[in-house]
Design a protein. Structure first.
Length: 237
């Protein structure tokens, strides 16, 4: 259920009947010439819409304006400074817990939110459980490779772009003229660049993107989310 649709007099009952609250984390960030400006928001909202049908949860409105990496900043990206973003997210998360929940899922669709979400979760005290889910990590590298030869991951790459089109219902296929070499440090290390290096604020083989593949990718990710939610609820019961 959408939290904004719950009447005040019904709030306590709705919170008590929910297994958890879900807060989507997005951004307003440039993802390339063929990507919607609401790429992250569209994907986050798609997962939120699915969650309403699959779980007993209260879905809060998304956090749209967030911290964006230096390498993606510039018009039309809107970026919030990290200290402001962290303080804001801590207040929002505390407010959700104060409303009567013991579990909150931060459904994240933007890599710039990863550290912010973890830090905000660590700031919570008491018998509460915060789960940070980065949607693109729901699928393994092998699963992604099966859908996108070469992997497709990366900022504005075909993996993300296809899912954004599918989430928005935009029928499209990537055009080869926008293909770029995807630059990413191998492994799971965190590499933060102070400016764009070898990419025009996005990267990847855009010609591999399509709405059809995006729909398949989202369905596969939803299935993995189902498994994760079941494990989380069992672990925190």
């Amino acid at each position: 259920m959408e939290a904004i649709r719950i009447w005040g007099r019904d709030w306590e009952t709705a919170a008590a009947e929910s297994d958890f609250a879900l807060l989507p984390l997005a951004s307003f960030e440039y993802h390339g010439p063929m990507a919607p400006l609401g790429t992250d928001a569209a994907i986050a909202q798609a997962f939120a819409a699915y969650a309403q049908t699959a779980y007993r949860c209260a879905v809060y409105p998304p956090v749209y304006y967030t911290t964006c990496p230096n390498k993606t900043q510039g018009a039309p990206t809107i970026s919030v400074s990290p200290p402001t973003m962290l303080a804001y997210l801590i207040d929002v998360l505390r407010g959700i817990y104060a409303a009567g929940f013991s579990r909150v899922m931060l459904l994240n669709a933007h890599d710039g939110n990863m550290s912010m979400a973890r830090a905000a979760a660590e700031a919570m005290r008491g018998p509460v459980h915060t789960l940070v889910v980065n949607w693109w990590e729901l699928l393994s590298s092998e699963q992604t490779e099966a859908l996108f030869p070469g992997g497709g991951r990366g900022h504005g790459g075909p993996y993300e772009l296809s899912c954004a089109w599918a989430a928005l219902g935009q029928q499209a296929e990537g055009e080869a003229r926008y293909d770029l070499t995807s630059r990413k440090l191998p492994g799971r290390h965190v590499h933060v660049e102070g400016e764009a290096m070898g990419l025009n604020r996005y990267g990847g083989q855009i010609s591999a993107a399509s709405t059809v593949i995006g729909e398949k990718t989202l369905q596969a990710a939803y299935a993995e989310l189902d498994k994760l939610v079941a494990q989380w609820l069992h672990f925190t019961k």
